[in-house]
Design a protein around this ligand. Structure first.
Ligand code: CDM
Ligand code: ATP
Length: 348
């Protein structure tokens, strides 16, 4: 329970997957140029922020209302172990970055209700950072345009800008330069979560190693061009898109976690049109022909012993959104904004 001064502002932020991820060579700054197609899925983290500033003196830094981060809801052991609650949390980094732009202290407490897998390649930490930016912009009533917020987001992490943006988008540069992609159709996905994570920098490093050590006559395969992917997304034809799903990081993720090969096979055997590792993995996502087919694939995959949990999801969905407590809007309830989408089905 978040306890501090004033009502919380709560923002809901979707997970992302990459329908296409082309990775260029290592840049001098330690990053890689990407060409990627992001899609936001209805698997959400919720971020709540409250002010810890009483207005009656210095900020109280001790006790439950002190500035900082906490996990809310049914916190799993893995979340407790893996999500840092110190200044290294991406949500806190976002708060510090925005406070700097606003010329104030990050005198806030941040609560994270996490559903997006940690270190799963679905940008959970980035979602929390994006949610924190939007929530604090509302809490502090900042007169910041969308572009300015996107710029702060890009400085916090490569995936943060997309978590604000949502929908389907073409990402270039580190992934932070975004152009919306025409996508009026819903795609149905099955998401296979693992009981462990993969480190994003380690997976990029493994791809560099594989590329450097592969023989000249058998280079590591690269994904094709992005244009057909954009056309398939625009057409809404899942079967066309399924043939084009591709991720240059998949070879590296599979090299670090060979069991993913079995997971990817099992999804297709279960009836998915195609499967791909999401971002840096180890989460695998499977494109299905329609909603009922996704439910069937999920049920079969959850019994196959190739992943920890399976979820049914769809995309695209909008990016970060204030769902409660916006000081500039009426409260939720009769006459207020509608209740949020209940989220994806879950199979234990
Ligand atoms: C794999 C993706 O999820 C695909 O969308 C993203 O590229 C990762 O984005 P992210 O987790 O927000 O990454 P950041 O926090 O910006 O960077 C973490 C680390 O990942 C590597 N990294 C990330 C993005 C990028 N374009 N090139 C990289 O080489 C770098 O080692 C970097 O130090
Ligand atoms: N708010 C946060 N939630 C989860 N992990 C966080 C957070 N802030 C920092 N971290 C750290 O970042 C690491 C990666 O977390 P995250 O869940 O964002 O990975 P990811 O989904 O693979 O990221 P991406 O897809 O953007 O590469 C975690 O192992 C954890 O140590």
């Amino acid at each position: 329970m978040l306890s501090a001064v004033g009502p919380p502002v709560t923002v809901r932020v979707p997970a992302k997957i990459n329908l296409h991820l082309a990775v260029g060579d290592l840049r001098p700054d330690g990053y890689h140029d990407l060409v990627t197609v992001f899609q936001a899925l209805n698997l959400f983290d919720e971020i709540s922020v409250v002010s810890t500033h009483t207005g009656r003196g210095p900020v109280d830094r001790i006790g439950p209302g002190a500035p900082g981060i906490e996990l809310l809801g049914d916190v799993t052991d893995a979340q407790r172990a893996d999500v840092p609650l110190d200044a290294s949390n991406l949500a806190w980094k976002a708060a510090v970055a925005l406070a700097e732009v606003a010329g104030r202290e990050p005198d806030v407490r941040i609560g994270l209700r996490k559903s997006i897998p940690v270190a799963g390649g679905m940008a959970g930490g980035s979602a929390d950072a994006a949610g924190t930016l939007l929530a604090l912009a509302a809490l502090w009533r900042l007169d910041l345009g969308r572009e300015a917020l996107m710029e702060v987001a890009a400085g916090v992490g490569s995936d943060v800008a997309f978590a604000l943006h949502g929908g389907t988008a073409l990402g270039t540069g580190r992934g932070e330069n975004l152009v919306p992609v025409l996508s009026r159709h819903t795609f149905h996905w099955v998401v296979a979560l693992q009981d462990h994570g993969l480190s994003t920098p380690a997976v990029f490093g493994e791809l560099d190693r594989l590329r450097a050590t592969s023989a000249a006559d058998t280079p590591v395969k690269r994904v094709g061009s992005v244009e057909p992917v954009l056309e398939a997304v625009a057409s809404g034809e899942a079967r066309s898109l399924a043939l084009l799903l591709g991720n240059d990081l998949q070879a590296a993720a599979v090299s670090m976690d060979p069991g993913l090969r079995r997971t990817l096979r099992a999804g297709v055997t279960a009836g998915a049109l195609a499967g791909v590792v999401s971002g840096s993995g180890p989460t695998c996502v499977f494109l299905c022909a329609d909603g009922p087919s996704a439910v069937r694939v999920a049920a079969e995959l959850s019994g196959a012993g190739v992943c920890r949990t399976v979820r049914v999801a769809h995309g695209p969905v909008p990016g970060a959104k204030v769902i409660d407590g916006d000081p500039a809007r009426p409260p939720r309830g009769p006459g207020g904004p509608p209740a949020p989408d209940p989220g994806p089905n879950m199979y234990a």
